[in-house]
Design a protein around this ligand. Structure first.
Ligand SMILES: Nc1ncnc2c1ncn2[C@@H]1O[C@H](COP(=O)(O)OP(=O)(O)OP(=O)(O)O)[C@@H](O)[C@H]1O
Ligand SMILES: [Mg+2]
Length: 256
């Protein structure tokens, strides 16, 4: 049974099908790549999986239960986390405060529980701070814990967003261009981090334009163009697929 399955998923925006009849799956423990040119529907797939949008048709299953149509917080509570293509942290908060804040989305104490059982809330706060330090350590940012998020280098901000996503203890992590703007060296470190996340039991779907990153770490790659899946396979299979070379990798790749 796959951890995640998209079943003929379509999402229309007015007359445009941003995602059209797309099916793919991610098995537990896999790193699945989702690639395609700009505007091919990659982020929309993430928006559909995480519940920002509901599909116009088709189904999304997580752990064999349908999640499509559920609100975002319910999907997050089931174990799906994501990072965003755009910066998504509080710039004026420190790295640590950002990760602690990310925890609150999953803390059990709701508003009323918080008022009635203040002690429990305080306990959870302490636990969240401790775990946030561990998460910063995990992504290699512990030495920056007191620095404002907007003062971090851009590659560090990307790592911070990974730590924030991990705060909810996900089973599935959707990474939307985590390597954007990174140098080759920073990409190598990111690759190590992604493997590390996988090795603690988190399944990953990765959207990236850096082909070296995708081909180096993915078990399986899904290729979209204009909202449609045009190919799927191992990195070696994808690189040898004529339709992918034509439609996406471009002529230069064919001669590479
Ligand atoms: N909320 C929306 N309303 C209208 N159109 C949208 C919306 N979200 C996405 N689209 C359109 O759907 C198509 C796919 O967009 P999407 O952001 O999923 O592409 P992408 O593959 O992530 O591209 P990129 O590589 O540039 O990030 C685009 O034509 C986009 O303009
Ligand atoms: Mg996108």
């Amino acid at each position: 049974m796959p951890l995640l399955r998209l079943d003929n998923v379509t999402r229309n925006f007015g007359g445009l099908a941003a995602v059209k009849d797309v099916s793919f799956e991610a098995k537990s423990g896999q790193i699945v790549g989702l690639i395609g040119p700009n505007g091919s529907g990659k982020t929309t797939c993430f928006n559909l999986i995480s519940g920002l949008y509901a599909p116009s048709s088709g189904k999304i299953l997580f752990n064999d239960a349908q999640i499509s149509g559920l609100p975002q917080h319910r999907i997050a509570a089931k174990g799906v986390a994501r990072t965003f293509q755009i910066s998504s942290y509080f710039p004026a908060l420190t790295a640590l405060e950002n990760v602690v804040t990310a925890h609150h989305t999953q803390l059990k104490s709701g508003l009323f529980a918080g008022i009635l059982r203040l002690n429990k809330t305080v306990m959870e706060e302490a636990a969240a701070v401790e775990r946030s330090h561990e998460l910063l350590q995990f992504v290699g940012l512990e030495h920056r814990h007191g620095m404002r998020a907007d003062a971090l280098a851009s590659a560090e901000q990307r790592r911070l967003m990974v730590a924030m996503a991990l705060a909810t203890r996900p089973q599935l992590l959707l990474l939307d261009e985590p390597g954007a703007g990174m140098t080759k060296e920073e990409q190598v470190r990111l690759t190590e981090l992604i493997f590390k996340v996988r090795d603690v039991g988190v399944t990953i779907v990765l959207v990236e334009h850096h082909m070296r990153l995708i081909m180096g770490i993915c078990d399986n790659v899904v290729v979209l163009t204009e909202g449609k899946k045009i190919a799927e396979g191992t990195p070696a299979e994808i690189q040898a697929t004529e339709a992918v070379i034509e439609a996406y990798l471009g002529r230069r790749a064919a001669h590479a």
